[in-house]
Write a protein that binds this ligand. Structure first.
Ligand code: TRP
Length: 327
């Protein structure tokens, strides 16, 4: 039997380079490897745990689907679907939640961050976020999950749930591992933390024009361009990291030598980097423009993806219900 892979991205806005390098590249690699059966979704239910707009929610979901497809997800090779369309998921989430303690959930770093970010919105679903994610993964008995490094604590919960279910009820869940890509941590353009949708000026979107990319890079803070140690944090580090991803390791090393010797001219670094990023994004944007004109095709793909996913999901759920004595 083929090993299974599952991944998802929340519907909080269009994808940026962090999502692309950290998750989507891994999703592509596994989709193209015939040893794996891949399931990729838009995590609309997870999106509800933080404040959201009802009005444009459907278009946000479609944005992720369009970004996925234009970045190269191939519906011939993967099942592409919307998380909430798989009805079995919430049932499994509930069953799993009976096996996880409140204390364990309260200690998850992402939960603590969200409390700080939205102190008035500490809802029960937010506490249950990792359990929903464990159900996402284990519903398909996925062994690999291509996601960024920030999701590691959630994967740890998925492994704990798998272990506990297997020990207590005799199920056969694999312990899922993160599939690691080279770009699993993309720093923010602001020079602080990781590239993120919710921090303004932090990211470059897959749909950004060359002009916009230049403007965004222009705002990245730099220094004098010269010194006796190349910075390993801040805006300069962000620029060098992006240089490595889009222009290669050699290019980065050259800049690092310049930094220690003659100095870097950031205006030309930024100019070249913007061109290199745009070169990779242009074909993605062209595919997106075509897909945007064909909503029926998108609907068809999502329907097919849901069917494939539901087939596996219903088998797993039935196994768990039997194992727990519910049927
Ligand atoms: N929590 C993930 C994120 O914020 C999104 C997600 C939800 C996910 N369910 C998943 C990722 C299952 C991988 C597998 O990026």
């Amino acid at each position: 039997m083929k090993k299974r892979v599952l991944s998802g991205i929340r519907a909080t806005g269009r994808l940026h380079l962090g999502n692309y390098l950290g998750a989507v590249k891994g999703m592509l690699e596994l989709q193209n490897n015939p040893e794996y059966e891949t399931f990729y979704m838009v995590a609309d239910l997870h999106t509800l745990t933080t404040p959201f707009e009802t009005k444009d929610f459907q278009s946000k979901i479609k944005d992720i689907v369009l970004d996925y497809l234009s970045a190269g997800l191939d519906p011939e090779k993967c099942a592409l679907f919307v998380q909430s369309h798989i009805k079995e998921l919430l049932e499994l989430t509930y069953l799993f939640s009976t096996q996880v303690t409140v204390a364990r959930m309260q200690h998850i770093p992402t939960f603590k961050e969200k409390i700080k970010q939205y102190p008035k919105n500490v809802n029960v679903a937010l506490l249950n976020y990792p359990v929903l994610m464990a159900a996402d993964i284990l519903l398909y008995k996925a062994t690999f999950v291509p996601v960024g490094i920030d999701q590691e604590p959630h994967l740890e919960i998925a492994r704990e749930v798998a272990r506990k279910m297997n020990e207590k009820f005799g199920t056969d869940f694999p312990e899922p591992k993160r599939f690691i890509t080279k770009g699993d941590y993309v720093p923010s353009l602001t020079g602080e933390g990781k590239m993120s949708k919710s921090i303004s000026g932090s990211s470059i979107l897959l749909t950004d024009s060359l002009e916009t990319i230049k403007e965004r890079l222009a705002k990245t803070p730099t220094d004098l361009g010269k010194g006796d140690k190349v910075p390993d944090s801040g805006g300069v580090n962000t620029l060098l990291t992006l240089v490595e991803f889009f222009e290669g390791k050699d290019k980065r090393e050259n800049y690092e030598k310049d930094y220690l010797k003659d100095g870097i001219k950031y205006s030309s670094l930024k100019e070249e980097l913007a061109e290199a990023i745009y070169k990779e994004l242009k074909p993605i944007q062209e595919r997106r423009a075509k897909l945007e004109r064909d909503p029926e095709y998108i609907e068809k793909i999502l329907k097919e993806g849901s069917l494939k996913a539901t087939k596996v999901a219903s088998e797993t759920l039935l196994e768990v219900k039997k194992a727990m004595g519910l049927v």
